[in-house]
Design a protein around this ligand. Structure first.
Ligand SMILES: Nc1ncnc2c1ncn2[C@@H]1O[C@H](COP(=O)(O)OP(=O)(O)OP(=O)(O)O)[C@@H](O)[C@H]1O
Ligand SMILES: [Mg+2]
Length: 260
């Protein structure tokens, strides 16, 4: 398998299993070049923060992994296959093992919380009704929403909606979870609750990519951070190394200059 240059960091990469690998992804929309060759390795059990100024292509990158955007070239290796070569039908199956949490629209408005959580289990899993109920109750407890089974999304606060979205994306226990700004629009209290929920999931050993403008939340949740700039990976390194980086560009992110 190709290994590519861009600062694939300090970590003991040779000893760790790779859950997901992006290799030299390129993407343009018309004249506009978004990705000029993005490569990234996500190790099993790690959470990777993904930073970059607005419009640098973080969402397009996340969407590319699960086939919602199609890169022009490159590879997305998962479970030994290049996802970019798969048909829509094959991708549908892969999406049961790669969960995603988007900023908006995670829940079906006409379904209750319980029905929303049951949906992926009934749709994709060969799981008994008893097991479905057990998983829903365990998940509601995890996201501090015990007893909210029969509420509709419009009866939930914004924070609860996001936590229910997180629950829906993770209830099938995917191998990899992609978060695209899950805390966007939340007040500090709800941001902390969601972050705590993600940390609880982390303790169970989830692997994921966490796109955010919320640097403190990312530092709390993530093991490593990738910063995109001008269509390339500017740096990949541990949270500690990023925090103490002397690189002025990295510092500008850490100090929040891009997020005011
Ligand atoms: N379907 C599309 N057609 C044309 N241009 C697009 C499309 N999707 C995204 N873009 C453009 O690609 C660029 C990257 O978009 P993207 O949404 O990935 O940015 P981002 O890094 O997620 O930004 P933000 O932090 O604001 O969410 C933007 O300039 C956007 O306008
Ligand atoms: Mg985005």
């Amino acid at each position: 398998m190709q290994t590519s240059a861009n600062n694939q960091n300090s970590d003991q990469s040779s000893e760790r299993k790779i859950a997901l690998e992006l290799i030299d992804l390129k993407k343009s929309f018309g004249e506009k070049v978004i990705h000029r060759g993005v490569s990234l390795k996500l190790f099993e059990g790690e959470m990777m923060g993904l930073f970059g100024g607005s419009g640098t292509g973080k969402s397009v990158l996340i969407r590319s992994i699960i086939g919602l955007d199609r890169p022009d070239s490159g590879k997305v290796i998962f479970e030994g296959r290049d996802l970019l070569t798969l048909t829509e039908h094959q991708l549908y199956d892969v999406r049961t093992r790669i969960g995603f949490v988007f900023q908006n629209g995670a829940l079906f408005d006409s379904l209750t919380v319980e029905e929303n959580l049951a949906y992926p289990l009934r749709e994709h899993g060969k799981i008994s009704e008893a097991e479905i109920q057990k998983r829903i109750e365990a998940m509601l407890e995890l996201i501090d929403m015990k007893g909210s089974n029969d509420l509709l999304p419009n009866e939930l606060s914004g924070g609860m909606q996001k936590r229910a979205g997180l629950a829906r994306a993770t209830i099938l226990q995917p191998k990899v979870i992609l978060f695209d700004e899950p805390t966007a629009g939340l007040d500090p209290v709800n941001t902390r609750r969601l972050t705590a929920n993600i940390n609880k999931l982390k303790e169970r050993g989830i692997t994921g990519i966490f796109v955010t403008h919320d640097i403190p939340a990312a530092f709390e949740i993530c093991d490593r951070i990738t910063i995109l700039n001008e269509g390339k990976v500017h740096v990949v390194d541990t949270v500690e190394a990023i925090k103490h980086s002397q690189d002025p560009f990295v510092q500008s992110f850490v100090q929040g200059a891009y997020y005011s």
